[in-house]
Design a protein around this ligand. Structure first.
Ligand SMILES: C[S@@+](CC[C@H](N)C(=O)[O-])C[C@H]1O[C@@H](n2cnc3c(N)ncnc32)[C@H](O)[C@@H]1O
Length: 285
């Protein structure tokens, strides 16, 4: 309860300072002068997934549960337009975090609806936690992709680079490129590549794979990144990979792009693993 009061107090402070306010129309300015009115915010968020969605307004946590969150601001000075950033941290499952942000502008006295339920392919930031693919399953993926000595293999969300080290060591793949958002895991990957004696053939970078816009260098892409990231990456892979290039994904799909083959294989650990293969088709003229 005390925490809620503290949060509410900070929020009220933020909203009343008007640090992000601008003058509204001149007409309003004259009419409004010293008058004040609150703003009612109704924020729609995805229903509870793995956890309750966390909503923040201007960086301050708004307490609440469920799909509808309400907040009434203190009385705000009229004649100004106010601009706030609303963020939702959505956890659809125990490995995915989606950060969805909206900037809203309003005048005092208004009722404002903010819908944070809908995916935004341009601004949603998606991060999946590290869970490594077992080595024997990487080998099955490499087999499915028919990796040869001429292939450059990419892993988007590479973790400790197991999906690059194995194809180079076992099948002599020409080169590996791995990108991961977590700088610490990229350091670990570099160390592992060194220990495996293949560091000179693997390029490991820190970065958000949602910023990847060109995959023409890849002959093969191996993935284990969750359905949400897969859906977002799918258009880039389809548009920029050369016809004949292959993608193999551990468990997850690529939006509405149907795989050419799906296999369930048994791992050495006794678990079953689902693997999907896509071959990039000729581009439509
Ligand atoms: C499930 S792990 C898979 C690791 C490795 N590919 C494997 O199969 O062993 C997903 C990896 O993707 C990384 N990752 C998650 N979101 C990312 C993003 N938006 N951009 C780049 N890497 C991301 C995580 O840090 C994690 O290492």
């Amino acid at each position: 309860m005390r925490l809620w009061i503290l949060h509410a107090a900070v929020l009220v402070g933020l909203l009343t300072t008007g640090s992000h306010r601008t003058w509204a129309q001149d007409k309003d300015k004259k009419e409004a002068a010293a008058e004040k009115a609150p703003v009612e915010l109704t924020i729609l968020v995805p229903e509870r997934g793995h956890k309750e969605t966390v909503v923040t307004i201007q960086g301050v946590n708004l307490e609440g549960k469920g799909g509808v969150r309400k907040f009434t601001t203190p009385a705000l000075e009229k004649g100004y337009k106010y601009r706030y950033k609303i963020e939702a941290l959505i956890e659809p499952n125990n490995y995915t975090k989606i950060y969805r942000t909206k900037e809203i502008a309003f005048k005092p006295g208004e009722k404002v609806d903010v819908d944070l339920r809908v995916k935004d392919a341009k601004t949603d930031k998606i991060v999946v936690r590290w869970v490594p693919t077992p080595e024997d399953i990487v080998d099955k993926m490499a087999e499915m992709a028919k990796i040869t000595k001429n292939d450059t293999v990419y892993d988007l969300g590479c973790g400790d680079a197991v999906m690059l080290i194995r194809p180079i060591k076992k099948l002599g793949a020409k080169k590996g490129v791995g990108i991961d958002i977590d700088a610490k895991i990229v350091e670990k990957a570099k160390q592992k590549a060194k220990e495996a004696g293949v560091a000179d053939r693997i390029d490991l970078r820190v970065g958000d794979i949602l910023n990847v816009s060109d995959m023409k260098e890849a002959d093969v892409v191996l993935l284990y990144i969750g359905d949400d990231l897969g859906e977002r990456l799918s258009p880039v892979l389809q548009k920029t990979m050369r016809p004949g290039a292959r993608i193999v994904s551990h468990r997850f799909t690529l939006g509405d792009w149907k795989p050419d083959q799906t296999l369930t294989v048994k791992g050495e650990d006794g678990d079953e693993y689902t693997l999907h293969l896509w071959t990039v088709p000729e581009k439509k003229k």
